[in-house]
Design a protein. Structure first.
Length: 300
């Protein structure tokens, strides 16, 4: 597909579906962490995704080539990807899905800040600044208001912030570095290929690899490898290559809303007033950050 200047109907439906997948993904990680150590789980997921993406490339007849000019950016993207998911998997081990999701999906806030300094045509406007203030206030409310009922953890919340910043940095590299010229599959191969050994080595510092392993945890691992990383992330990177970064990021506001609902529905998590306030602030902030600027008509 040719590049689009704004989100069309197909893009809206695709990004909404991806938001639902990501929301359900938080529940899968939370459940699977009961059977596998989180960092080891993330490393095995990346290693398994390498095989799946390689098979996909072979099936499609796409050569696995890493151009010289993209190697530094590729290694950087893979290292940041490792940091992002180390933080996310640890966050979901320490805190509730609803809390981690509200904080993690503040990603457009950090992406907007990065874009302001890196991309000349994507500066922070007064409207975006108001959105940043609202979303950051929501993150602060989520972190500072914890209770036993909402399964809060300061370190888990902080890890979720780190994951959000890592996700934004990965998206920025995909749009603003030499990697913007390569296929989404190659971008993802950089991410999982570099992150797999980093995460597996880091796992030695986070305790035993196996916890109370059961078939449901193996199913969760397979779902992560095949559906979320191999198919889902390729699809997201493909959408990012077609639509504006801010437009793609704007749909991420759906994921925390859906994740809070799924955490309550599937895991029985309590959703208190402070978390709802944080969710509303973050959602409102993201909407303002990604609100399209109307071009002024010039009189002829």
């Amino acid at each position: 597909m040719e590049k689009k200047s704004q989100i069309d109907l197909f893009g809206a439906v695709a990004l909404s579906g991806f938001a639902l997948l990501l929301a359900f993904n938080q529940v899968v990680i939370k459940v699977t962490n009961d059977g596998l150590q989180p960092v080891f789980f993330a490393g095995v997921r990346s290693a398994g995704a390498v095989l799946c993406i390689w098979l996909w490339l072979r099936w499609r007849g796409i050569p696995l080539q890493f151009a010289k000019g993209t190697r530094a950016a590729g290694f950087a993207m893979g290292a940041i990807f490792a940091f992002e998911f180390l933080c996310l998997f640890v966050a979901l081990d320490l805190t509730a899905v609803s809390r981690a999701s509200v904080i993690f999906y503040s990603m457009p806030v950090w992406l907007a800040v990065m874009a302001h300094f890196i991309m000349p045509d994507d500066r922070v406007t007064p409207l975006k600044a108001a959105g940043l203030a609202l979303a950051l206030a929501g993150v602060a409310v989520a972190i500072l208001t914890r209770s036993d009922e909402t399964a809060g953890s300061f370190w888990g919340d902080l890890a979720a912030v780190g994951a959000a910043v890592g996700w934004a940095a990965t998206a920025m590299l995909a749009k603003a570095s030499s990697l913007r010229t390569v296929r989404p599959e190659i971008q993802l191969m950089w991410q999982v290929g570099v992150s797999a050994p980093i995460l597996l080595l880091a796992a030695f510092f986070f305790g035993p690899f196996i916890r109370d392993l059961a078939p449901i945890h193996l199913a969760g691992l397979a779902f992560q490898i095949v559906v979320v990383v191999s198919a889902g992330f390729i699809f997201w990177l493909w959408l990012l290559s077609i639509y504006p970064a801010s437009g793609v990021a704007s749909f991420s506001f759906l994921s925390p809303v859906l994740a809070v609902g799924l955490g309550w529905l599937l895991l029985g998590e309590e959703v208190g007033p402070s978390l709802l306030l944080a969710l509303c602030l973050v959602t409102a902030g993201i909407v303002l950050i990604n609100r399209p600027v109307r071009s002024r008509k010039t009189s002829g």
